[in-house]
Design a protein around this ligand. Structure first.
Ligand code: SF4
Length: 316
């Protein structure tokens, strides 16, 4: 069934075809760019509001209204995924929103993409217990690497973060996956990898994923990982899975709303190539190029050449 994602949606975007989650509808609870970290590789740009304050950054009622508009016709979808412009566990109603999804739309699985910095708080762990999957990033086991790659809020402590993730693993009966983003020259040496493995042995996540730069990040000096480095990382870690960005599968056109709006709402949260947009929208290649030309001329997006192609993303 086709569902229209009409112009004017503020908190949901996509759906995005995800290699880990299937067809995933993005739910973005945070104003751009509100986060407890300011990662050098962030695809959403520099953190402009570095905070650990939890509050209702966006109104629950309006998020619920947008979810109802899209989901009441029960479109084909695998996951409802909290992701987007910042750290979703900073939103103090995330638990209520997950509960609403699981009560009113139980046929969809719920995933939370998080930086894992807030799980030292029991109320944050409790808030995500009804999710089906929590994917937490963890890029550094040493304080100096944490400071260099993740540039955390000054009140965050790495050892508290590890304790919080380990506590979540014990309390959470669904799947905790961990994602390690490799920044060559900073967290890819044997010592740091062994330290990260030690932390993984404490947390015992269900899966561990290795990721590296594929889209334009915040800092130009961050480079993709080479196949040789990847091999050595796999050799010193157990049970890791590498995220493969190279293959594209064109998915059926699930949403057929205003194409310009759909392109803009997607690239403002995540840099995309024309092929990525084609996957998401199922639209004609030429039409996508025409719309991107207009957005480039208006100055609403910029482009950058990367090994995988030309990426379009929001102007910082
Ligand atoms: S990558 Fe995630 S955790 Fe890091 S700054 Fe961006 S939104 Fe925040």
């Amino acid at each position: 069934m086709k569902t229209k994602l009409k112009p004017g949606f503020n908190y949901i975007f996509g759906p995005v075809p995800s290699r880990r989650l299937g067809l995933s509808l993005g739910v973005d609870l945070m104003p751009h760019k509100t986060c407890s970290l300011n990662c050098v590789y962030c695809e959403c740009g520099k953190t402009t509001h570095l905070t650990i304050k939890r509050k209702d950054y966006t109104p629950f009622d309006q998020i619920r209204k947008e979810l109802d508009t899209v989901l009441s016709s029960r479109p084909r979808m695998d996951f409802l995924t909290f992701s987007g412009s910042g750290e979703p566990t900073l939103h103090s109603s995330i638990g209520e929103i997950i509960q609403y999804m699981k009560t009113d739309y139980p046929e969809y699985a719920v995933a939370v993409l998080t930086n894992g910095t807030m799980f030292h708080l029991p109320e944050v762990r409790k808030a995500v217990l009804q999710a089906d999957v929590v994917i937490a990033s963890f890029d550094a086991a040493s304080d100096h690497v944490f400071q260099t790659i993740n540039r955390p809020h000054p009140d965050l402590e790495l050892h508290e973060m590890v304790k919080g993730l380990a506590a979540l693993r014990k309390e959470f009966s669904n799947q905790l996956w961990m994602e390690i983003f490799i920044v060559p020259g900073h967290n890819d040496d044997q010592h740091e990898m062994e330290q990260i493995q030690r932390v993984m042995d404490i947390i015992k996540p269900y899966q561990i994923h290795i990721n590296s730069l594929d889209r334009p990040g915040t800092e130009d000096w961050v480079k993709p990982v080479t196949p040789e480095v990847l091999k050595s990382i796999q050799a010193c870690m157990h049970n890791v899975r590498t995220l493969n960005h190279s293959k594209h599968t064109v998915l059926p056109d699930v949403f057929s709303g205003d194409l310009m709006d759909l392109i803009l709402s997607t690239v403002k949260r995540r840099p995309c190539t024309v092929e990525d947009i084609l996957e998401i929208t199922g639209a004609d290649h030429n039409k996508i190029n025409q719309h991107l030309d207009i957005l480039l001329k208006n100055g609403e997006v910029v482009k950058k050449q990367m090994p995988r192609g030309t990426f379009f993303f929001r102007k910082q």
